[in-house]
Design a protein around this ligand. Sequence first.
Ligand code: GDP
Length: 443
Amino acid sequence: MVLSELHGKLTRALRQLDNETIIDEKVLNDCLNEITRALLQSDVQFSLVRDLQINIKRTVNLGQLAHGYHKRNIIRRAVEEELCKILDSGKTSYVPKKGNASVVLFVGLQGSGKTTTCTKYAQFYRKKGFKPALVCADTFRAGAYDQLKQNAMKANVPIYGSHTESDPVQIAVEGVDSFRKKTHDLIIVDTSGRHKQEEVLFEEMRQISVATNPDLVIFVMDSSIGQATYDQALAFKQSVAVGAVIITKMDGHAKGGGALSAVAATKSPVIFIGTGEHMDDFKEFDVKPFVLRLLGMGDISGFTNKVHELVAVNQQHDFMQRLSDGNFTLRNMYQLFQSMHEMGLINEVSSMLAGLAAPKGHEKESQLKFKRFMIMMDSMTNEELDSSNPKLMNKSRILRIARGSGHRVEEMEEMMEKYKLMATIPKRRDMSAVSQNRNSQRM
Ligand code: GDP
């Protein structure tokens, strides 16, 4: 998981609420102090963190709230909302449309991952049915054209460039014209990396932008520089009409929190994050699901979208209904695991559901574990599989099934824990996303 350290600390801080019998000012303060410390350690700006703490305390007025469960949820919701505010630029980005011949210009500092990201972006849209193409307008760095060419080949995307022409503006214009004629509907122009002190290179970037008249300018930013992102993003924004940002190298960077929040402060929406060197290490960035995952609350909207890939069309409605009504059975879970396994999506789907994800580096073990869960469920009766009442699985049944299927009791107990986690997703999150999704599927 991206920002796994921050995720661990935030999740622990919120889980601590469940361990307390009474939620009073002290418990709230301890929780907020832990959250504050975690955010500062991930390099989020001090003033943003301080405002978050003040706003949460203002929203969660413990004195006026009834006892119990409600308070924990109100605190969780307030933390979620304040984190969303920090990471949300409040702006939306231009989204390419099929058949529109969109031109997208990539700009950024040298070494930020721009060339790699251009190709990831092209591949992302090719998989969505677009006809993308790449133009290499980087004549500054030796070997830039060859690098992009190699990446483009891997992603199966055509490329335009030149080993001899030295004017990047001319190459950009010719490349865009040539791909327009060939009816490509997404033309991506890569430019040289530049720094805000390099005035000549900034002028060149402005000229490329004027000559190609892009629908979207994307600023690519390396997450490892944390809050310093803000100054760089601002400098690029002042020169060309940056409409969106992609933050790269989010894999394992403690400063990623700083980069994300700094960019949001420039009022530029972050649209994707790069999470590794490979073409598929590229994730759409949407503030709310990201924050929910960060807080260990699971990405319900991502999960419900995946359900439509995993569950047969004629069973989707029933599946979502059961989940939202609290009638989710072990058989439903079995069917889901089976599809996840068959489609090789165990890691992807489990990472969307809080409590199911495997720690980084343990994905293979997790796949085996899901297989073992299915073998244990094979030893259950139909009544057990079709009931949504976990109490049916009492100690003696757990022992018998574990023994009968050749597993340890702890494994059976762990599986039942996972089942309870899945079955209570609606309680942990409001199901508005689920029902919205269900309704839109029915329409
Ligand atoms: P450019 O100079 O901005 O075009 O940067 P490149 O695309 O050449 O990337 C510079 C280095 O960063 C290369 O070694 C890439 O493989 C690496 N890189 C790019 N994106 C990511 C990412 O999301 N994660 C990691 N770990 N490395 C990345």
